[in-house]
Design a protein around this ligand. Structure first.
Ligand SMILES: O=C(O)CCC(=O)C(=O)O
Ligand SMILES: [Fe+2]
Length: 263
């Protein structure tokens, strides 16, 4: 389906929340295109805003971090994070589809998802995560993330199945900021079935009837190395997202999802 997409190019750009964008882009060196002798003014990364309707929105900065810095952060995370691969219960089945780790401020309520309660590491153990968090806060004025779920997809066989990050501890309209490093993967959003659609029956026949009656709205984003994608508003209430398996994706991808746990 056609997305309702707004593009904001260089210069102070209004964010979805009406804020201007002071983020000059995260770079380990001077930005390309800077004129010699001129003022050092790296171009802000272009942000694409997709209005999903009904108060849900996705903001995508494909070049949030430059390639060099992004590889530096990838290597650090790949080597330093104490990755573990828990057995998650997804729709009654156990699966081990990716490596994970959880970092959070002290004293927050515990996170529990898919039958798994991860140990909360401290930000102090991983100084680079504090740098990445700072860059995300600068790109998203008004944001205040206090927890982080890290995912590592070793190959294209690793994935995250359809879900919404709609745990009550995030509140009704959470902002979730997702930074990607390494192998480029698809990120897909689909509209949750409405209550009446869900009530129309279960099983393969009902699913087929539903598909014919109302093709499910879907949006796809290609998450590049060094990109930032933000889900806002009612996206977790009304939509599900996934990173599907991809046979052709042979190298690892690391993804960081920053969240705010209500206190
Ligand atoms: O890897 C991604 O891009 C998404 C991860 C995700 O949805 C999650 O951690 O809840
Ligand atoms: Fe998620």
């Amino acid at each position: 389906m056609a997305s309702r997409l707004r593009l904001f190019a260089a210069g102070p750009t209004p964010g979805a929340d009406g804020n201007s964008d002071p983020n000059p882009g995260i770079s380990g060196k001077a930005a390309a295109g800077e004129r010699e002798g001129g003022a050092k003014r790296p171009e802000p990364p272009r942000r694409e805003v997709t209005d999903l309707g009904g108060g849900s929105e996705v903001v995508h900065l494909q070049r949030f971090v430059d390639r060099e810095k992004a590889w530096e952060w990838f290597d650090y995370l790949d080597k330093t994070i104490p990755w573990n691969r828990p057995e998650l219960r997804v729709f009654g089945r156990t699966a081990q589809p990716r490596d994970v780790c959880y970092v959070a401020d002290e004293g927050l309520p515990d996170l529990k998802y898919s039958g798994h309660q991860p140990h909360a590491h401290s930000w102090d153990e991983f100084p680079v995560l504090k740098d990445i968090l700072k860059a995300v806060h600068e790109a998203l004025p008004g944001s205040c993330f206090n927890s982080l779920l890290l995912n590592r997809y070793k190959t294209g066989a690793d994935y995250v199945s359809w879900h919404a990050d709609d745990e009550p501890l995030y509140g009704p309209t959470p902002e979730i900021a997702s930074v990607s490093f390494g192998c480029e993967r698809d990120f897909v959003l689909r509209k949750k079935p409405t209550k009446s659609q869900a009530a129309s029956g279960s099983g393969e026949a009902a699913r087929k009837r539903l598909k014919l009656a109302a093709p499910q709205q879907q949006h796809s984003f290609f998450l590049k190395h060094g990109s930032l994608l933000v889900m806002r508003g009612y996206t977790q209430r009304d939509w599900q997202h996934s990173v599907p398996k991809r046979a052709k994706a042979s190298s690892p991808r690391i993804n960081l999802t920053f969240r705010h746990v209500l206190t």
